[in-house]
Write a protein that binds this ligand. Structure first.
Ligand SMILES: C[S@@+](CC[C@H](N)C(=O)[O-])C[C@H]1O[C@@H](n2cnc3c(N)ncnc32)[C@H](O)[C@@H]1O
Length: 181
């Protein structure tokens, strides 16, 4: 199965921060029964739901240490999987992934979360194009969203950021590559 190989400890750290934010976000919606807003999670560069631990490159790492690493530790949860684990759940999940094989893995992840599957939409398309329309078409009088943008490089169009800002209803997280600094 295709699994993303990317990131280091900093990726794990940032994903953990996103996880905590998502958990707090859904608790706020669940506790405030008076409001009828629909909380949506959007993962625009969703990957497969999993990522592999990057190889340790330091000279001290022996082949024995590499082989001794427990398999369970080698596969880490990616953002889509992290979002699906959050309790209480979001009302809707939108995962966008351009690559066909990765989108297929997301379908498998969706089946794994059978009780949430009806809430999950997977779109195999260019996130920029799809989301600009989605931002325009969603009824922001009744919806709110957390959107996570995690591109490999510079794939996020500035016009998408403008479309997101115009909604005034989306909490945006961008895991930016170092080239943006
Ligand atoms: C860094 S990975 C995402 C990792 C994921 N957030 C995680 O935590 O597991 C970036 C993903 O974006 C996808 N991608 C690249 N350009 C895209 C685009 N224009 N639209 C949608 N997906 C795209 C790639 O195929 C890749 O799977």
């Amino acid at each position: 199965m295709p699994v993303d190989e990317f990131g280091g400890d900093w990726t794990a750290e940032k994903l953990e921060r996103v996880r905590k934010y998502l958990a707090a976000y859904t608790v706020i919606f669940a506790r405030n029964k008076a409001q009828k807003l629909i909380p949506i999670y959007v993962d625009a560069f969703a990957g497969t739901g999993y990522r592999t631990k990057p190889p340790r490159l330091d000279a001290q790492t022996t082949l024995f240490e590499e082989l001794a690493e427990p398999e369970a530790e080698a596969f880490l949860k990616g953002s889509a999987r992290i979002a699906l684990d959050v309790e209480p759940p979001f009302k809707q999940y939108l995962f966008i992934e351009q690559d066909a094989a990765r989108a297929q893995e997301l379908e498998r992840l969706k089946q794994h979360f059978a009780e949430r599957a009806a809430r999950v939409k997977i779109v195999q398309e260019d996130a920029n194009r799809y989301l600009k329309d989605w931002c325009k078409q969603t009824d922001w009088r009744i919806c709110r969203a957390v959107m996570f943008l995690d591109p490999y490089g510079m794939q996020v169009d500035w016009s998408l950021i403008e479309s997101i800002a115009r909604t005034r209803a989306i909490d945006l997280w961008i895991l930016s590559p170092s080239a943006w600094r």
